[in-house]
Structure formats: C-alpha cells, structure tokens
Design a binder for this molecule. Structure first.
Ligand code: BGC
Length: 826
C-alpha cells in the first residue's frame, strides 16, 4: 500500500531547509522551552511559539480510540483483538480510521500503538499490545502505523522497551540479554521504525538492565537512532524522566507531560559548563520540527472539518475488527451457531451482556460514541419466537452506587466523614486542613487534591461511623489508583489494606456486623505518586446473593445460556497487574451457571488467558472476545447466530496454569531488589511450550471456524538458496466444510542444524484466505534472508548458518499439516 508519510523520515532537502530556517530563529532558551509538554492547556500538549512559527501540538491516547480532546469517539476493539485477526489490511484500516478520528479532532500525535510483548496473562496492559510473537506483532503494527500516518497523524510506538508488567512499573528493572532483546522484544519496534516510519516513539516506565528507559543510552542512541536510523521524536512516558543531563544526552527529545528536568533552570547551567552541548538541544528541536514539516502541520489546520465526529466509516472498521478478532476456542457438538430449532428459550447472563465492556482500563480507555450491547444485538438478531431473558448474576459495578449512597456520620453526628488532610504522606502534628466530606469519592486526574497541596505527597485520615441495618456479612469497597497506601478499619478490625491488596481498582473487604449497632470507621490514605483517586462505600452481602441466585434459576430454566463475563476496566488495567483467576464474583458465576446448564457458551472478556481450571470442561462453547470495542455486541451476536463465521486465531499461547508459562519463575521481583531477570530468554510463549513438550490448553495460532479446511501440496520455489536469497513456499488450502469461511494459514520455520539453541520453530509468515465451500486457493509465502537468522551478540549481527531448514505449514502452532526442508548454502 502506498504511504505518503510512511517514510517521512527519509532525508529531503526542502524539508531540511525549512527546518533550519525555523531553528535558526529560536534562542537557546526558546529551544529548551520546547523540550517539555504542558498539562491542561487548551491549545495543545506541547509548548508553541507561534511568533516563531512553532505551533503547539495536540496529542491523544490510543491505541483503541482517540480521546482527551473530545468527550467521546469511536472505541475500537483491543489491539490484542486486532492481532487475533492476523490481518495486515485490517490493521491498516484500523490505523487509518483512528487517524481520521484524530484529524476530525485536530490531533497531531497519536500516543499509540503499543507493541510490548505478552509474557504473562497477569500484565494489566496486555489488551493494548499485539500478543506474544515478535513476527506477528511487527507485521500488524506496520499496517496500523501506515494507516494512521497516511491521514497526516503521527504515531507513537510505545513503550520502548521490555515493558511487560504493571506491577511496580516505575521501579522494576527488566534485566535482559542482548539476544533476547533483539529476537523477541525489539523486532516490533524495529519494524515500526524501519518499515512503517513511525513519527514518534515513547520510552517505557520500567528500567532496562538497571537504566531508566527514558535515559537509556544504548536503547535510544545506539540502537534506535544510530543503528535503525530513527530521526523522529523520542518522548518519555508520563512522569518518567529522572534526570536532565543524562536524559538529554542519551536521546530523550521531549519530556511528558511537562518539563520537570528538561527545563531552562536545569539545562542552561549544564550547557554553560559543557555537560550538554547546544548541538544536542538542536537535534531535539530539529526532530520536533521535522515532524511538523513532514506531516504538513505548518501548512494546513490539523482539524479536518470534513470528517464527521461520529463517523460511520470508523464504526464499520470497529465492527469488522471485532468480527474477525473474536476467537472461537471450543464448540462441543456444534453448540454454535445457536440452532433455533433446539433453542427456544435463551438466557443471556452476566453484567457484560447489558453494560458493554469495550476496553480494559487506563489511558487506552476511550469513551464510545455509539454503543451496542451484546444483549440488544442478540434481541435484534434472534428469531422472533426465541424467548430471550437476561440476568446480571454478579454486578461488577455495584460499588459505583454504594460509593454515592453509603451513609456515614462524623464523630459528632453530622452526615459524612471528618477528613484531616496533611501535606506530606508522613506528616505528623496538626493537619493542614480539616473538613467534612459527604462521601469519599475523589479522582484528582494527576492534579493536586487542592491548592497548595503536592499532587504526589499527601495524607488524609477520614473518621466517622456507620450503622448496620441487618445482621450478617458486610462488603466494604475501597477504590484507589495505582501506588498509594490505605487502610480501612471498621471498629477495631482492618477490613482492607494495601499490604494485603488484591488486584483491581476496587478492593473489597468483608466483616460481620450486627443489626442496629453503630461502628467506628476510619480510612487512612497516603498518596505516593502523582496520579490519585480514593473512594469508599459499603453494603450488606445479602443484596449480592439475591442477584446471584436469580441468574442461576434463569440459567436452569433455559435451553441454552450465553454467559458474558470476564474482566472489566476496573479489574484489568494499566497501573496494576491482574490475577490469573477471574475476579472473585465472576469466577463463582461461571462455575454456578455451567453447573446449572450444560448448554452454556461463555463470551469471555479478557486481555489474555485466564484460569479456566474449574469450569472449562463444563462449557459447551467458548468465544474469547478480548475487549471488543463499541460495536462488539453486534459482532458477538452475529457469531452466535452464525451470520459471521469466526476466523480469529490466538496471538498468544493459552496455558492451563501459570506454571506452564515461561515467565512463571521470571516475572515477579521475588527478592525485592527491584530487578527481574528475563531468565526465560528467547523461550517465551509457544517457544517455551514447544521446548518443554508442554500441552497448552490452546496453542498459539489456534481458533475454530464453523467450516473445516484441508492443506495440500506444499512446494518450494527452490530447494537450495544462498545467504542473500529469498525462498517461497506454496501450498493449497481447501474449504472442506459446508459454509464460507476464512482460514489463517501459518508458516513456521525450524533451523535444523543451528550451532546455538534455537526455538523448535518460529512463525515466519501467514496468510488469511477466504474460501467458499469446496473452494481451493494456492497460498504463497516468501521467506527473506532475515527470516532465517538469529542474533549473535558476540558479533553484534544477525546470522544465518548454512544447513537444513524445515518449513511447517499449519492451522495453529500445534496443528501442523505439511512440512518440507530446504538447504541454505554458504
Ligand atoms: C501511559 C501511556 C500513555 C500516557 C498518556 C501513561 O500512563 O503509560 O501509554 O500514552 O500515560 O496518557
């Protein structure tokens, strides 16, 4: 596909002359002032110097929809769902649609896509990334970037690099060897830079081999800028710059969201005493200006009024990604598509059915501008005489209302809680402020809680009492953002605290109370970083139980159940890691519903795998829907009723338990030294299960269809190739079933005679083919010289060793139908 901006970094005399003419008009102070962003500015997120011809730039988060500068926009499916489509063209379309949405809102820079490699299901941001395989991620990201940049919007590939966990994300160092870095964690970035020409790149929160990502000399200057020739802009992730001289010299071009280190106060003296040269500053401004010139931001308004804010074209893209991204993992006795002759009464159960869960949480979350629930779409598509009933079962958002309506009284009997506010998390003595808060329901969005208070260092102690209206267990909800400390006491009992926290934004504590009795309540909250929120509510557990029972009764009375559950943006999110098991209430719901009805289909919402041990075998069908975006309800209903034949395949390995994952021993900072070795090296995901002959629950590349496919006649263009030659593998795919369907045929390569340990096989190509029943297509996949290579750190090079290679063609990494060998000659 032709791309006007894809290679914008290619040198061009005119561009350079224009940049130089602006650059020479700027004073040193002005140049330094451009090195940091600006928070809450109505004009943009970077500083502008309009008199000097430098406009402020607007940034917006992606990767699954544009937000910040608008109340809502099209919310696309999770990017891991995009990866599950294995469709480069669809990647282009999604990038292009997001690019249009951005243009409609005057956005210059999209803070996306994210390409961090999936190492563990626990990472809270897996849904934002492109799966476990570097080849697939590289291929998909290229389409997305080209699509977006072709609309005149620069992309920001993130988070560079090795950002694979949210737990203590600002503190942990990922310790990784060179070969693993090159073969697994960098290829998607490399493709984003070299093949797609991304305009910007964002560094990660974590450290790599002990150095902060935002000041990583080797990664930014050596690999990214020198070796890959990146001449776009390197920005920090939000509030993750730690030095002025180091960051400036080691390649950081823009400190976001505002300058705390790359400031005039800190940099001018360093320039005066020779620690930083003016040429280093000039290079950063040069990069910023190059973006502006190359993307046309100096020549036309970025806001394109001809693109509608609510754009049916974008909705269609979101729908197609959801249709093609859902993965059908299990379908016992052809449970799906639903057979209307058998299913007269259909129970649709789960909160996710009626209140769409379109995305995980954090900066990726996009308020949708159109929404279709699974329940509504089922009602629309079901035959007229099918009876559809709905029960929630477990409401993951109960706390929202409870936070607003829970009754507290201050120690002197007025409504609310008495808050003592201290500047400083460890401050003692007299509070800086005392006031009554009706409810504890605060989200400060990165700002201080009030004037004069530090945003990242304060403490509040709320005290009061509550009266139990019944005898029995009570649930207490404490909502807190990221790294903060808290403790809730009811009477003398600590019911929930940060030292024993479960994952998720809402922590639930339990205690038994007696009707009519009044209990003292105390919530102590300490803000440790700049992004804070705190909430509090309670209710008797009996209210929750009644909802649960109603769902089980409904399931038992139906001919089939569509159970819609999984994680939500409060339980799988940026900012914290999640559990492997479904959130407590949801896990019990799946168990109970599968026990009540053998014809249960689960539409599972999660950014990756979950613990299915207790209920998997009782499911009739399992459709993994990831986070399906605003049109997801429609896509899911179409799949359930057979209007769409599912074709998605897993971009990750689904293990039975966490122990089967290579990261099991190499994920947490077990000894507390803030360093995590990537001891599993290049052997993650399917490379790991292959090496140890582990049978995963569902292999990488797996996904069912309502039709069947056969593979035949593998042949190669040549049998022997030289080091600079390519080779093509051709084979036939035949639709052997009764309906039209799409198959994702995969090519894996094994180096049979390597002198170093290499994976059993690696994905090196794939093709998606759409076939009518009985139809046959010939697929040809080309392997380039790089596809044969491994990275040799001792030589600092990619190496292919002469010898035999085996090509496998399959419908998944564990369903290999054809194979053949060829020889690489010296
Ligand atoms: C995230 C980035 C995001 C930025 C701006 C950070 O917390 O890590 O991915 O682009 O916030 O929202």
């Amino acid at each position: 596909m032709h791309s006007q901006y894809a290679h914008f970094t290619a040198p061009c005399e005119q561009t350079e002359a224009r940049i130089t003419s602006i650059l020479t008009r700027l004073t040193l102070e002005e140049k330094i002032s451009l090195l940091g962003g600006i928070i809450m500015n109505p004009d943009g997120n970077t500083i502008g110097l309009p008199d000097k011809g430098v406009p402020p730039l607007r940034m917006a988060d992606g990767p699954v929809g544009v937000h910040w500068w608008c109340a809502s926009s099209t919310a696309y499916p999770a990017t891991v769902a995009l990866a599950a489509t294995w469709d480069h063209e669809l990647g282009y379309r999604m990038g292009a649609s997001i690019g249009r949405d951005a243009r409609a809102r005057g956005i210059h820079i999209l803070l996306a896509p994210g390409v961090n490699i999936y190492r563990s299901p626990l990472c809270g941001r897996n849904f934002e990334y492109l799966g476990e395989d570097p080849f697939l991620a590289a291929w998909m990201v290229t389409g997305y970037i080209r699509g977006c940049q072709d609309q005149g919007v620069a992309t920001t590939v993130k988070h560079f690099a090795c950002n694979y966990q949210e737990y203590d994300r600002h503190g942990i160092s990922t310790d990784v060897d060179e070969r693993t870095l090159r073969e697994i964690y960098l290829p998607a970035f490399e493709a984003a830079v070299k093949s797609a020409g991304t305009g910007c790149l964002m560094t990660a929160y974590n450290l790599i081999n002990g150095e902060h990502a935002s000041e990583h000399q080797y990664l930014i200057n050596t690999v990214l800028k020198d070796e890959w020739g990146f001449d776009g802009l390197v920005m920090s992730d939000w509030v993750s710059t730690y030095s002025a001289v180091q960051a400036a010299n080691h390649g950081l071009d823009l400190e976001m969201p505002n300058a705390r280190f790359l400031t005039i106060e800190k940099l001018l003296p360093s320039i005066d005493n020779g620690l930083v040269t003016e040429a280093v500053i000039d290079d950063k401004i040069h990069r910023l200006l190059r973006l502006m010139v190359a993307f046309g931001w100096l020549d036309h308004p970025q806001k394109d009024e001809s693109i509608p804010q609510e754009d049916p074209q974008s909705w269609a893209t979101a729908l197609d990604v959801a249709r093609d991204g859902c993965v059908l993992l299990r379908n016992q006795q052809h449970e799906l598509p639903l057979d209307p002759r058998r299913v007269r009464k259909l129970a649709v159960i789960g909160a996710h059915a009626s209140r769409p869960v379109i995305c995980g949480g954090g900066s990726a979350y996009t308020p949708p501008n159109h929404l279709v629930s699974i329940l509504d779409a089922i009602r629309q598509l079901a035959p007229k005489d099918m009876e559809i009933s709905h029960a929630v079962g477990v409401n993951p958002w109960r706390h929202e209302d409870r936070i607003k309506d829970s009754l507290f009284r201050t120690p002197d009997g007025s409504p609310g809680l008495l808050g003592e506010w201290f500047k400083g998390r460890d401050a003692t003595g007299q509070p800086d402020l005392v006031r009554v808060d009706d409810h504890v329901d605060f989200d400060w969005q990165g700002l201080p809680p009030m004037e004069d208070f530090p945003a990242d260092d304060f403490r509040v102690c709320w005290r009061g009492e509550m009266t139990a209206t019944e005898t029995g267990e009570y649930l207490f909800y404490v909502g807190v953002h990221e790294a903060s400390q808290y403790q809730l006491l009811v009477g003398p009992t600590i019911v929930v605290d940060s030292a024993h926290a479960t994952s998720g934004l809402i922590k639930v504590g339990r205690c038994d109370l007696i009707e009519g009795q009044t209990y003292p309540v105390m919530l102590i909250y300490r803000a440790l970083r700049q992004w804070n929120s705190v909430r509090l509510g309670y209710e008797p557990a009996s209210a929750v139980e009644a909802e649960f029972q109603a769902a089980i009764e409904l399931a038992a009375s139906a001919d089939a159940v569509i159970l819609c559950t999984g994680f939500t943006r409060e339980t799988e999110s940026e900012g914290f890691d999640r559990d492997f098991m479904l959130p407590e209430g949801q896990e019990s719901l799946v168990r109970a519903i599968t026990g009540a009805n053998a014809h249960t289909t689960l539409a599972l919402h999660a950014g990756g795998n979950v613990d299915m041990t207790a209920w998997h075998d009782h499911l009739a069908a399992l459709l993994h829907v990831w986070y399906p975006g605003q049109e997801g309800g429609q896509a899911i209903a179409e799949i359930l009723f057979g209007k769409i034949n599912p074709s998605g395949k897993l971009p990750i390995t689904f293990e039975h338990n966490l122990q089967q994952r290579s990261s099991y021993d190499w994920y947490h900072d077990a000894d507390g030294d803030k360093r995590v070795q990537m001891g599993d090296g290049i052997f993650g995901g399917y490379r790991h299960v292959d090496r140890h002959a582990i049978e995963p629950r569902y292999p990488f590349g797996f996904g069912l269809s309502y039709t069947t496919f056969a593979y035949e006649k593998l042949r190669l263009s040549v049998q022997r190739i030289g080091p600079n030659d390519s080779i093509s593998a051709s084979f036939d795919v035949i639709n052997t079933g009764k309906r039209e369907g799409a198959e994702i045929a995969q090519l894996y390569l094994r180096d049979d005679t390597a002198s170093v340990l290499r994976p059993e096989k690696e994905l090196k190509g794939f093709a998606k083919v759409k076939l009518q029943p009985g139809e046959r297509a010939t697929v040809t996949i080309e392997l380039t010289p790089r596809d044969l290579k491994f990275y040799d750190p001792s030589r600092g090079q990619w190496i292919a060793e002469p010898g035999a290679f085996t090509i496998f063609i399959g419908s998944s990494s564990r369903h290999l139908h054809l194979s053949t060998t060829f020889t690489l000659t010296p």
